[in-house]
Design a protein around this ligand. Sequence first.
Ligand SMILES: Nc1nc(=O)c2c([nH]1)NC[C@@H]1CN(c3ccc(C(=O)N[C@@H](CCC(=O)O)C(=O)O)cc3)C=[N+]21
Length: 285
Amino acid sequence: MTAQIINGKEIAEKKRVEIAEEVIRLKNLGVTPGLAVILVGNNHASRTYVRNKEKACHELGMNSILIEMQEEVSEEELLAKIAELNETPDIHGILVQLPLPKHIDEKKVIESISPSKDVDGFHPINIGRMMTGQNAFLPCTPYGIMVLLEETGISIPGKHVVVVGRSNIVGKPVGQLFLNQDATVTYCHSKTKDLPLHTNQADILVAAVGIPNFIKAEHVKDGAVIIDVGINRNEAGKLCGDVAFDEVAKKAGYITPVPKGVGPMTITMLMYNTVKSAAESLNRD
Ligand SMILES: Nc1nc(=O)c2c([nH]1)NC[C@@H]1CN(c3ccc(C(=O)N[C@@H](CCC(=O)O)C(=O)O)cc3)C=[N+]21
């Protein structure tokens, strides 16, 4: 089998057209969706993502502000900035770019963001709501993956989904979203014994490990759907995923590339969540 490539960039653009229409509707009601991004320190990769987020906001007619803080900023100062943004009516979404410097407690920072502005979907309130199937901000990468599958026409109920990786921002929540749609879900991680035994049972395999070329043809069942969440740089400095693309694409049914797979969907769902937050702010006042 030769896999069909899932074009995340194209699907992201299609979704952005729908989001832009909602932005126009909200503007006509007097609300322009606004996102605040806080960037601490000078991480190169973080800058690229932050720039892409700002660009996406402006293309959609939304407002965005970037707040840059020195690497040495105190936790107190960061929390004070978040408290201020929580109370700013024009700001509907607050994103604190992760990772943060070691002297800052990431959990404390995430919990300080108002759940109604937590467009990353990282606040424990939103995670709990997601787990119990309530209205919530869904984390952008997992949500983007679900939209990719939906747009590709891949049905989920009853499928065996194997997630490799158990981070709080991708692995754990994506498994939960699949469970919410009636998949059978297996989580694998660094302590899993006989990884190929599990991954070979996957109808849908999600690779979120952070190691280039970690998933090889031997891990994959014929015709499986392969979702590559990895954003790594190889020795040559080239962007690559967690999946050995060429050999796996020969065996899989569908595969997402890196770049232009899951990444563009992450930013799109961030825009979606910010617009949703702006719409919900109208219903509150
Ligand atoms: N609070 C927080 N929320 C995040 O959502 C968050 C974060 N922190 N920290 C960093 C990660 C990473 N991330 C990406 C978003 C888009 C692309 C993306 O669009 N990638 C393009 C390529 C971009 C390039 O050329 O580098 C692609 O895959 O086609 C990648 C990675 C969001 N993150």
